[in-house]
Design a protein around this ligand. Structure first.
Ligand SMILES: Cc1ncc(COP(=O)(O)O)c(C=O)c1O
Length: 523
């Protein structure tokens, strides 16, 4: 007999484990088809009175056939969306060790603050006299960001890390143009270990990109930077701590070399979570740095948005910060909306967003800062580093560390040399973690090591939670080394959807539902 996915039901050769159920569900895990597949055109969850007859003014453009919206009863619609919501693995369902992403707990206090009507209902076109509280939140957040980074200015409006990179690099471009070097300084140095958004941003802003080689120990050496410097170099984009989870030991020397060459230092601050309260980018010689509020300051990662990526700027770049911004004049906040209205001594390069950025994220980040206090934020960074090193110590005898001589900061990087000869790849290992109920770590990034596995547990995890995670990974690692290849290469065994053709899913995504021919099984 076929089930509703068109697969035979009954016991398969492998026993109960691969038995298909009639419904396609696995115990209480419900298979959830598309709403179009469960809907019936003739059904509606509400009774709407028939529309009164009116003379058509559509001139022959009226629809000839039903629109084909899926019809469901109210409980069916409710169940559909609740089940979909349950399929989302998030920090509220389990440890989320995605390196470079800082998936930390989002405290409910922050949510409560963001939902206060004065914040959640605020409109960007409201008269200024009615938004004094919102402006004060923005100013207070800016003050905290400047204090924590030791930088004199901040542009709040960018909406994510990559957007912040664009903002910082546009400020650098404007500063270079103001010095009359716009035509000649057009090269940006980017280390090989950088996040892909760094070279992409530099190229998007019109710079050409030159790669700085990674040293065998995973760091960037000042001699390698100096060898690439010249009058054509506009800036370096360097991540610190870097994407291998290592604090760049020569960062101060690199900053000095850039400045001596008349260039700027853009720091990718995605990993600021590791150093808050311990090191200030301003003291390291940084000119511009974005801060992913959704990482360091625990605002939610919203499936691509809404995010916030404020950019802190040095004195040299501050005049070029984009509009809109809040300028304090005689103790009163003044909203500068247009370049023409910019105060004397400033020359905003333009605008990054239609309005002021993500108010809800500002409130959440400020609530995080205020509830932690200065000592609490420092403690959070220290705990993030401690947790990463705890995981490292628990796995280092089984998995291989490409850079064993550097302590890890907030994330620990393993490569796949320990899997050599097992027939198990990094991807297989990650898929087997799904069977154990864990979201996999970041894999195959950074590119400077083979088969990278980047684990960032964050400060949110308790020792008990870390112990279970380490024990699970140890069990998997021993199984991989013990030739239990099938546990990995066919994983995930227990997920409702098994191994996908990832290349096809990325290259030929099916984004549109088409009605199957009558009698055809659902795909
Ligand atoms: C090192 C690094 N730089 C930049 C970014 C881009 O940030 P966003 O995803 O907020 O655009 C990320 C995001 O993961 C990152 O890890």
């Amino acid at each position: 007999m076929l089930n509703r996915q068109g697969r035979p039901t009954g016991t398969g050769e492998g026993g109960a484990g691969d038995r298909e159920t009639f419904t396609g569900n696995r115990a209480l895990e419900q298979l959830e088809p598309l709403i179009f597949e469960i809907g019936r055109a003739e059904t509606s969850g509400v009774d709407i009175p028939a529309a009164p007859k009116v003379a058509s003014r559509l001139g022959g453009h009226a629809r000839k056939a039903p629109i084909g919206l899926p019809g469901l009863s109210e409980p069916e619609a409710m169940r559909h969306y609740v089940r979909l919501s349950q399929k989302n693995y998030g920090i509220d369902t389990g440890l989320f060790p995605l390196g470079s992403c800082t998936m930390k707990h989002n405290a409910r206090l922050n949510e409560k603050m963001a939902r206060l009507p004065g914040f959640s209902d605020v409109h960007p076109l409201q008269p200024l006299s009615t938004v004094a509280g919102a402006l004060e939140v923005m100013l207070e957040l800016a003050r905290y960001l400047m204090t924590l980074t030791g930088m004199p200015a901040v542009a709040l409006s960018p909406k994510a890390g990559a957007h912040g990179e664009a903002c910082g690099m546009m400020a650098i471009k404007a500063a270079i143009a103001a010095k009359g070097e716009g035509a000649t300084r057009n090269v940006v140095l980017v280390p090989e270990s950088a996040h892909g958004t760094n070279p992409a941003t530099a190229a998007l802003i019109g710079f050409s990109v030159k790669a700085v080689p990674a040293r065998p120990d995973g760091t960037v050496a000042v001699e390698d930077v100096k060898a690439l410097l010249g009058p054509e170099v506009a800036a370096i984009m360097l991540t610190n701590p870097n994407t291998c989870g290592i604090f760049e030991p020569q960062i101060v020397e690199i900053a000095a070399a850039m400045h001596e060459a008349g260039a700027y230092f853009y720091c990718d601050g995605a990993n600021f979570n590791a150093i808050v309260g311990r090191a200030r980018p301003g003291d390291l010689g940084v000119d511009a740095m974005h801060i992913n509020l959704h990482k360091t300051f625990s605002t939610p990662h919203g499936g691509g948005g809404p995010g916030a990526g404020p950019v802190v700027l040095s004195q040299r770049l501050a005049p070029y910060a984009p509009v809109p911004f809040i300028h304090v004049e005689a103790g009163e906040p003044v909203l500068v909306e247009h370049r023409e209205a910019a105060p004397e001594g400033t020359a905003p390069f333009g605008r990054m967003t239609a309005f002021h950025g993500q108010m809800g994220m500002y409130v959440r980040a400020l609530a995080y800062m205020l509830s932690h206090g200065a000592d609490g934020m420092k403690q959070a960074s220290e705990d993030a580093v401690l947790n990463a090193n705890y995981v490292r110590a628990g796995l280092a005898d089984l998995m291989s560390l490409p850079f064993p001589d550097h302590p890890s900061m907030h994330e620990v990087l393993f490569d796949d040399s320990w899997l050599k000869g097992t027939g198990v790849s990094t991807l297989d290992f990650a898929k087997a973690m799904i069977d154990e109920g864990y979201h996999p770590m970041t894999v195959y990034f950074p590119l400077v090591v083979h088969g990278a596995m980047l684990i960032e547990p964050t400060e949110s995890e308790s020792k008990a939670s870390l112990d279970l995670f380490v024990a699970t990974l140890r069990d998997l690692a021993m199984a991989a080394k013990g030739n239990d290849k099938e546990r990995f290469t066919a994983a995930p065994h227990h997920a409702p959807i098994r191994r996908l053709d990832e290349t096809r899913a990325a290259r030929q995504p099916v984004l549109r539902w088409t009605k199957p021919a009558p009698g055809a099984p659902a795909s």
